[in-house]
Design a protein around this ligand. Structure first.
Ligand code: NOJ
Length: 543
């Protein structure tokens, strides 16, 4: 068993976590000041979104120097302090490696722009200007994926913003530079990495293959040999194109690739196939069950799952698939229960443990995200109304996840003493950590329990190793499953709706492990109230 199979990861978006120097931007000292909070929650690992030097066009996902810390966030000695102090709290640090592209401010790109025969030219993907754009390839942030470099009259490739030129992984010196950089961070005491859009790095333009290029797994294995082999670290690849079948290969138990990947097949279920991410459809629970069932069953003893609902690119799950009004607390707890009793390594995104919700800013200018701003321009051009555009942003835009962490109900939520770089979610006076700490029925205290069950309790083996079996696969409102290990069995029931569900189940012989209501209603069967979640334990075959 690897340590990361028994861990719970907490994702921090440093810009929005805690501001220590009152400039309105979260920073490393801010994180250090909240390590006690994270220990109290019980997590083992922090995944730190990028903290490297960056012009911040894409909030750090545009790195201009992999070896220094962004000034807004502090200094290298703050980073070293964070690593050491986290360690004292029993917390490991996982860094975010953005290696599909750099910032256009990176020294390599600046060199590459100097002339066509500059040694750094091959670090990127340039095509001579023959009078027309090299191809129709579109950037993920909209518009063409090619921009003209006027100095050398050539086009360069950027799958994201113009200021994020793609690196050329087919050129070995690029890979070697990246391995060196990763090893340098390992020497600093980093215990793992999240690899940004890793399935794009081996793109093969000649074969029109952007995701999953033919050499992708060769490169990952090479990366593994050069950087991971000597260490016991957590590695997780961000792979939007992955299926459960592909996840098996990436997280193969022979340890030749990653510990696990982020498989988005569940999270993509409310997006209209073939359309842009802004075009959403209602979630079909039966499909969600099928996708989770495949992930759980197919990877069992063959690979390893990551378990997540949220991250800095996704809307808040309680607003997305729960109920962020009347049943906010119940549904936040229900969604947490559903995930945390499955097999895999859970990832909690900052504020998820408070049941934080999406935000509805009044004007487009309140939004900071480059993807959102590009989309506003693009959709206005396409003739959509501002109301239509705003509705999509409020539903699926990335800034939903990026409002500052509400520590308490004072001005600016205790995040900062000054106006933050992005507005607070106006509901921070109701939803904040101080209000929830120690309140026994809060979402925060419930998340502590979820973490405790898989980290400490005597159920931890079944949660980690038990087989998964879906129940009621066709039920439209209920997500229920079993976990089975030897003669032990857990049953998890989650009501996904605001109406009650009656089940003809005799659960009298089972032991109640957890519920998001004060007590369960098991008279004449099992009655699940709105968004109710119940976990029961029993002896498998004698039920
Ligand atoms: C995925 C990251 O999670 C996202 O925030 C970023 O904009 C893109 N990759 C580009 O690096």
């Amino acid at each position: 068993m690897n340590w990361w199979q028994e861990s719970v990861v907490y994702q921090i978006y440093p810009r929005s976590f805690k501001d220590s120097n009152q400039d309105g931007i979260g920073d490393l000292q801010g994180i250090i000041s909240k390590l006690d909070y994270l220990s109290y929650l019980g997590i083992d690992v922090i995944w730190l979104c990028p903290v490297y030097e960056s012009p911040n066009e894409d909030n750090g996902y545009d790195i201009s120097d992999y070896f220094s810390i962004m000034r807004d966030f502090g200094s290298m000695s703050d980073m070293e302090e964070l690593i050491q102090k986290s360690k004292k709290h029993g917390i490991s640090i996982v860094m975010d490696i953005v290696a599909n592209h750099t910032s256009s401010e990176h020294r390599w790109f600046k060199e590459a722009q100097k002339s066509v025969d500059n040694p750094y030219r091959q670090y990127y993907v340039f095509k001579p200007n023959t009078g027309k754009i090299p191809s129709d390839l579109k950037s993920i942030f909209l518009g063409s994926a090619w921009s003209l470099d006027e100095q050398t009259n050539s086009y360069y490739l950027h799958l994201f913003a113009k200021s994020q030129p793609d690196l050329n992984w087919h050129y070995k010196p690029v890979r070697d530079e990246l391995y060196q950089m990763i090893n340098w961070w390992l020497d600093k005491g980093i215990q793992g990495f999240r690899f940004d859009v890793i399935d794009l790095v081996a793109k093969d333009l000649d074969q029109n293959k952007i995701s999953d290029g033919p050499k992708l797994h060769d490169y990952i294995q090479e990366l593994n040999l050069n950087c991971f082999k000597k260490h016991s670290i957590l590695t997780v690849g961000e792979t939007w194109g992955a299926t459960t079948e592909k996840a098996k290969r990436y997280s193969n138990l022979d340890g030749s690739e990653f510990s696990m990947i982020f498989n988005f097949s569940h999270i993509l279920l409310d997006q209209e196939p073939g359309k842009e991410k802004w075009d959403t459809v209602e979630l079909d629970l039966v499909k969600l069950k099928k996708v989770f069932n495949d992930q759980q069953v197919d990877l069992y003893q063959k690979g390893w799952n990551s378990l997540f609902w949220n991250n800095h690119d996704l809307p808040r799950i309680v607003s997305r698939w729960g109920n962020d009004q009347e049943y906010r607390e119940q549904s936040a707890k229900m969604l947490g229960t559903l995930l945390h009793f499955m097999q895999g390594t859970p990832y909690i995104y900052q504020g998820e443990e408070l049941g934080m919700t999406n935000v509805k800013f009044e004007s487009f200018s309140d939004y900071r995200d480059i993807e959102t701003q590009n989309m506003i321009r693009d959709r206005r051009k396409k003739g959509l109304t501002d109301d239509q555009i705003m509705a999509s942003i409020q539903k699926i835009g990335r800034d939903n996840a990026r409002t500052p962490f509400p520590w308490n109900k004072s001005d600016f939520g205790g995040f900062s003493e000054v106006q933050p770089w992005i507005n607070m979610n106006p509901n921070y006076s109701l939803i904040n950590a101080q209000e929830q700490l120690g309140r026994v029925d809060s979402v925060l205290e419930y998340y502590r329990k979820l973490i405790w069950f898989r980290r400490v309790s005597n159920l931890k083996d079944i949660i980690r190793d038990g087989q998964f079996e879906l129940m009621y696969s066709d039920h439209k409102d209920l997500f229920a499953y079993k976990r089975i290990l030897g003669s032990m069995e857990l049953k998890v029931y989650c009501n996904f709706h605001s109406h009650s569900i009656h089940l003809n189940e005799d659960v009298q012989t089972m032991k109640l492990i957890l519920s998001n209501y004060d007590e369960i209603d098991s008279n004449h069967g099992l009655n699940l109230r709105p968004y109710e979640a119940i976990v029961l334990e029993g002896k498998g075959n004698d039920l």
